[in-house]
Design a protein around this ligand. Sequence first.
Ligand SMILES: [Zn+2]
Ligand SMILES: [Zn+2]
Length: 345
Amino acid sequence: MPPELMPAAVYIGDGRIAVQDRPVPVPGPHEVLVEVAQCGICGSDLHLVLEGYARPGTVLGHEWAGTVVSCGAAVSGWEPGARVVSNPTPGCGTCRPCRRGRPSVCLTRAAPDYLSFGGAFCRYLVVRADQLLRLPDSLSTRVAALTEPTAIAVHTVNLSQVASTDRVLVTGAGPVGLLTVAVLLARGVTDITVSEPQEVRRARAAAVGAAAVISPDRLPAPALGRPVDEPFAIAFECSGHASAAESALDQLDFAGTLVFVGTGRDLPRINHNRMIVLELTVLGAYNYDADGFGPALELLASGALPTDLLVEPDDVPLSGVGEAMARLAHGEIAGKVLVRPEVTS
Ligand SMILES: [Zn+2]
Ligand SMILES: [Zn+2]
């Protein structure tokens, strides 16, 4: 039997997080109780906490993997001990986004609550049984916490329509940029340049397999209406910084594509003249492909991604979530930080 109370990392306002006891949720008939093994810290968690958007009292964290503890009375096909992640809800299949293969922005989904996400910076979660995906035997539960951000990276790469011969620029080598690089490499895209101001992150991007890593100040300014000397077909903006987005657009070749992946508070100025003359495309990638998390799980289980470089080696306890967020925001950490929902006294 699970205990009645569990520790949770709770947003308490003013950009701060505190560990508090919360009641362990009770699964309904069609739900299961999951014990969270690890939950990654997402860039969106950073924005919600450090920029103070989140609602005080919220438990954040949505990049989790865990183990089923108990099942509701009407649940079949699942048992305690099953290792799982939760798949996104399928779209309606008929609305305009669904018809375009983008069900995670389905028009009929419940209005997303951007101020509070899933809530897995805690010990136990209740999850709909029909959304569970079983982890492949070859995939550790810990690494499976990368499933959600990997699904986003796969979606991002798919939306970009990148070809394996394309010259690709990735701006920002934090957890999102590194995963994007890793997924591109797994797709056979090898000519990848990473632009990143922090040395620790440049070094990690090179280890993951970027062909070139540079400081953003080395990206050239283009001549009026002409591409730079060594332009890129596709740029993935993963830093969320306005200056990086503006510079990424400047590095594109004729008919190039800029994909916005990283969100940020400061808005870039888009040079529409350059977009017109070079016929550039700008698009945003936020969610998942129509087939959900299955392909991301398979990719992780295949061993094709260097997960030891994509994830920081030491998990942080619930009491360390606030500090880890600050360090991520300062660019001091390259890889994904995983939270292990135990409390160290
Ligand atoms: Zn996320
Ligand atoms: Zn739909």
